[in-house]
Structure formats: structure tokens, C-alpha cells
Write a protein that binds this ligand. Sequence first.
Ligand SMILES: [Cu+2]
Length: 658
Amino acid sequence: MATPFDINPEIADHGVAPPKEIPDLAGHPLDPLSPAELEEIVRMLAQQGRLGEGVRIGSINLTEPAKSVVEKHTPGSPFERKALAILVDCSGRASYEVQVDLVSHAVTEVTQLPGGIQPSIMLDEFSECEEAVRQSPLFQEALHKRGVTSADLVMVEPWSAGLYGTELPEDEGVRRMRALCFVRSEPKDNGYARPIDSMVIVVDLYKMEVIRIEEYPIAPLPPESGNWAREYIPNMRQDLRPVDIVQPEGPSFTVSGNEVQWQKWKFRVGFTSREGLVLHTVSYDDDGMERPILYRASICEMVVPYGDPREQYYRKNAFDIGEYGLGMLANSLALGCDCLGVIYYFDFPLVDSRGKVTPLKNAVCLHEEDFGILWKHTDWRTGQSEVRRSRRLSVSFIATVGNYEYGFYWYFYQDGSIQCEIKLTGIMNTTALAPGEKPVYGMEVAPQLSAPFHQHIFAARLVPSVDGKNNSVYEVNSVSMPTSASNPHGNAFVAEETLLGTEREAQRRVNSATARFWRVVNPSKKNRLGRPVGYRLVPGENCPPLVQPDATIMRRAGFTSSHVWVTPYDPKERFAAGEYPNQHPTGDGLPCWTQANRRVDHTEVSLWYVFAHNHVPRPEDWPVMPVAMLGFQFRPDGFFDRSPAMDVPPPPSKTCCH
Ligand SMILES: [Cu+2]
């Protein structure tokens, strides 16, 4: 059948023979789909008539095999390859989940999504939406009213529309975006310096046309530009001398396919269009024994609620993972700029909504870093001094989401610790102020330019496998003891451990007053001191959501109400806000699943950690915000019998005075 897709005609027209042997036996069941596999899926979908006129491909990702399949896999043996394609039929106003089996070359299941459910917004919908707005006579007219003469210099920034119960009847059942506008003074000018505050353009993505333009009181454009491109920066500092990271013998890691080995760590690098980087089967070689720690780890959802209640702004609450997809927005990283040193890059293919498969070069960066001291002691009596340099392995990717950049970094350390760090940078979203006006719900960052208060809230999904599949999670609070006969000087405090036995008990928040952390243990495996072996989830910067508990956004962002959730492991419960947060009518994900209040002790669990950067903007965050960082650590806690870092050798004598 005829399709509007950019498919190799040879692939589209011919029979069932795959372009290449699937699976590639040199591969692994958890490998992301290869370009050949993606092309084969597009070919199969087209051949089966699933890609008719008006159908767009939302995403295609590997359906990860069951844990048991992964555990039993031996190199070179055949394995299953299944995928999930999400299709949006813009003509039929319906969306579908299509399950594909790559080994048998069959579409095995097609499920129509319930009405109103909208898959994520596709990358090419952004540019098509901007173009549709530009072409609209309504838009031209609205610009004219505001004295903007060149539509070409207007940045049309589409935002996910969400669902707030305030939609007009004409919006019902429509796949929508709401576009905000900014004006450039020339093509490379920073448009965020000049927000056109007074209009929101509502776009029907099914028809790719403007539904209406909502108009608000016209505010003057701020007077100053806020440029950041190098040609606008005349006086760069001159006193920087080169820093070269040199590893003359090469790095200390090895990469085989998507498997990485470094020091005693072993793990697999995965990638999805939604989460971007995923870590699989993280283990540590403890004196010749490969001990599992995490089966899977990713940042699975995020939401950025803005605190400006005005009519044109209360819907600014982007779910950058569930509504846009960070893998789709990942940067192709540049050596010497994004990453410094001896770098190994992973490429991963992406498929656009028209079925075109493109490799994303340098999507994930892997390298080693010197990280200060690992441990040190000097015996002042004998003069003996020992110090060890800390080396960490960094695995990272960076996504650009409209105005903002997010860098996602996972670090592995020689003391058995893992750290997740998110770096926030890019340009703040802005609103305009009248002369003399001071913002209530934001901070003036340049004359007549306000950056609204907002939060960046992330959800990590960790599937722990601490020395085996069955784990329990304890909360540890340090509590001071009342002065008593046994504590006559009032100095006593203890670390109290509480088992989180059910999903309801496991909905927790951080508490700096008790130095709270969580301990994931394997109850059936004891260390030599008789305690269950464990890993400690150590929170970093965090705060609760600042919207009201009954705010309309909390229907979809309910996962932000707790910082920690523990659920029984279910491979289908993947994303904290559910599979389809975009325009979801009632909300899904953690708040829904945990209503069952299932038991979560001594079983296979998923541990969800939700953490927030509360952004009260500063003038120093303008025009491009220097990196802000937040994250968490996963550190051994009774997993090893003593420090696992003692065998790290001292630095070579020629570089170290000791
Ligand atoms: Cu921010």
C-alpha cells in the first residue's frame, strides 16, 4: 500500500526476508534496537498496512526481556528480540501500541489506546507546529497587533498542553500543544530576552493547524538583549592556559558491545528514546565473585512545574521525559567540549515519526576522571603517610529540551559507590515586566525580564539486585535519646532502622533533622558481622513539591508527593507518571499502582527516588545559567566486609612525593 513514509522502496516492497540475521548473536538481549532492527520494524509495519496516511511513529523501543531470560543468556546463543512501536493515527484520531517480534517477523499484538490518551510529543511535531503557527493568518494578525513586523524572527515555542479540566469544548479529544512566543532582533539573537507575554497559540497536532490564539494584556518587550553566542562576547578572558587530560597507556576500562568493565565494575549501557541512558546489570567483582547490585537504573520521569498562576502560564509543567523523550532530544557530544580526555562514545539510532532511522553519533560518553583523594592517613608518630587518588568512571548524556539543557551523569567509584548527578544549564524561560513592575512569582533577572520560580523534579527508577533478586528496604533515622538514667549527659543518639513493609509504608520523604537515608538489603545474605548485606540510598539536594496537594497538576505529577517509593518489581511499571502523562485525564503511575498496597519486603522490588531542584532564579543565571547540580548516591553499607578501596595502589612515585 502507498505510505507517506520515507522507507527504502526495496525494503517496503519486498517479502518477509529480514535485512540481516536477527538477533545478532554477538549481541545481548538488553542491547537497544540496532539501526537494522529499527528499519526492519518500520518495514514490517508498512507491509502490514499500519503506516497509512496520517499515521506517525511516536517511538519504537526494545521490549526488554524478562530477568530470567537475561540471567540465562550465554554469549553466542539465540535470544528473543521484541519491540513496542507506538503509533499515532492523526486522521483516525487514535493511538496504538503495536508489539513486534523481530525473530518471527510478526506483529504479535495491536492495542488501541483508550480515547484521550496521548503518546509523547514527537520531535518533528515541534518543528511542524512552529511552521504551522508561522503560516497562520491568525498569528500574523496577532503579531501585527503587537507591533512585531517580522514573523521570521519570532520563536514559536510549543509546550505540552496537559489537561487541567479548564479546556474548551473544541479542545476535547484533540492532540494539542500550547505555543509561547519570543522575538529575536536578528537570527542569532537570544529570543528568550524578549517574551511576547500576551498570547498563547493553541495548536491541533492532528491537523497541524492553529485552533485559536488566546490573548492577554500586552506587555512591552524588555529593552535589553541577552546574547550568549560567541560572536556577541567581545572581551573573553585571556589568561587560561591549556589543561590536557593524558592517558598515554589508554583508559583503564574495556568495552565489549554495550558491556563496560572498569576496575571491579561491570555493567551494560542501554538507551531508550524516552529515558536516554539506561544502566543494566551493574555488578562488582568482590575477590573473584561477581556480586549483582542493580538490575536496571535510569531517570525515568521528570516534571518542571512553574509557580506563575496567571492564565497564560499555569499550564507550564513539562514532563520532559514522559511528554517529550530525552533520548530523542539527546545531543551528539563533542570531544574536547562536552567531554574531556580519552573518551569512548556509544552511538544509538533514533527513528523519527516518518520512519527514518538515523544514528545518533556520540550519544553517550564514557571516560575516567581523577576525582581528588580516595583515602588518606598520616601517622604523625612514625611519619608514615598513605594517600590514594580517586578515579571515577563517568557515563553520561546531555539532552536539550527547548530552552534548557540537562546532563545526566552516572559515576562509578573505586570504593563500591555509584552516584547519579544531574547538571542543569541552558536558558531560563522568561516573562516580560512592565516598566517599574516587580515580579511576584519570579525574579527580575534583567531589566523588565522575569524568570518565574519553578522546580525541576526528577524520578530515578532503581531495580536493586543486592546480592540477589529478593531485597528489602529499611529507612534509617538518627534519633537523639532523651536524657535519662542510661543517658545522664544527654549525648546519646541512635540510628533507628524501620522496615518499609508495604507500598504505603514505603512512601517517604527526606528529613535532614534525622539525617534520613534508606538501606536496601538482601535479608537472606549476611555479612561477616551478622547484618544483611546492603546498599545505602543517600539523598542529595531535595525539597517537597511546592504546588498545593490538590493542585490540578498533581493529578499527573502525583509521583512528586513522596521522595521515596518502593513497589514490587513489575517490568510494566516503568515510568513514575505512567506510560502516557501527556494530556492524561486522571493521572497514572506510582499513586495509582501503590493503591494496591502490595508487600515490598524480601521480594523483587523497584526503588523510586524523587528529587527536586528548587529554582529561585538569580541574575547570575542569565543569559545562560551556569551548571546547577543535584543527585543522589548509592553506597555500599555492609555489602563489603571492610573498605573495598584498600587495594588501590599509590600513585607512581614520579608523580607523588610520598
Ligand atoms: Cu530552572
